[in-house]
Ligand binder design. Structure first.
Ligand SMILES: [Zn+2]
Length: 271
């Protein structure tokens, strides 16, 4: 069996891979919501998918050369500005690339360079992608949540991360628990506190991590949402009636639960 040795060279390669994946995540974050609108409305605009057309400046639509498309480095060389129209390039691009590199290193460190590490990487990067899309559009695309739900069940069928039983119960419990909280909340307050995307995201988390990590996930999500909500309210960046997306907080909770799953399961269930 291949023995995993954590050398600086390995981490450097993993971080570089993370930067490239982050660059692709930027493409998904920008294009997937546009593509999904194409599905529901007939539009005369040129269709785009995740591959075609090649990367372009969102502001002047000039196609980018290879040199303008290097993760992180292009942003630094171009000093954060488009070479053609001088429009500022969103800081989100390098942040997503750096976060992806960090996530890749954490996944390999916690799970090793094996199938578990790869699954952790895919799961964490999907959560990152969903969070940013949710912040921008207040939607969580089924294309990611439902794909990961099935992937999580399949992964747990063939590996021993959690049992198939825990995974399937996790998916069912994830969806129904949030759905019930949603209905109860609507009954009491006459307002909708979450969306159906949140139920599917929570089902995806249950399928990937097993039912036992759902409770810690929702606890961390609720606490972080309250802290950030109140902070934004105090800073005047949020109005009392305005909604903040819940997906990013579920993602934070699930990421923490995946990375420290042993400690959290120990603490909650004394396994
Ligand atoms: Zn431009």
């Amino acid at each position: 069996m291949f023995e995993f040795i954590a050398t600086p060279a390995l981490y450097l390669s993993v971080a570089l891979l993370g930067l490239v994946l982050g660059s692709f995540i930027n493409v998904i974050i920008y294009r997937l919501p546009v593509m999904l609108e194409f599905d529901s409305t007939v539009d005369s605009k040129k269709p785009i998918d995740l591959i075609q057309p090649r990367s372009f400046c969102p502001s002047c639509r000039t196609q980018l050369s290879l040199f303008e498309n290097i993760p992180l480095l292009s942003f630094i060389f171009l000093a954060g500005k488009c070479r053609h129209c001088s429009q500022t390039i969103s800081i989100q691009y390098p942040i997503i690339e750096l976060l992806s590199a960090l996530i890749a290193c954490i996944a390999i460190k916690q799970f090793g360079a094996n199938i578990d590490g790869l699954f952790a990487l895919v799961f964490l990067l999907s959560l990152l992608t969903l969070s940013v899309i949710d912040i921008h559009t207040m939607t969580l695309p089924d294309e990611i949540t439902l794909s990961l739900l099935w992937l999580g069940i399949a992964f747990n069928l063939f590996t021993s991360f959690v049992s198939l039983e825990e995974s399937v119960i996790g998916a069912m419990l994830g969806y129904t628990s949030l759905w019930m909280i949603f209905q109860l909340h609507r009954l009491i307050t006459n307002r909708e506190g979450m969306g159906y995307g949140d139920f599917k995201l929570f089902a995806m988390i249950g399928a990937c991590l097993g039912w036992s990590l759902l409770l810690p996930t929702i606890l961390i999500a609720s606490i972080s949402a309250s802290v950030i909500g109140v902070t934004l309210l105090f800073m005047g960046k949020l109005k009392k009636e305005s909604a903040i997306p819940f997906g990013p907080f579920l993602a934070i909770g699930a990421s923490i639960c995946l990375i420290w799953h042993n400690q959290i399961n120990n603490y909650f269930f004394n396994y």
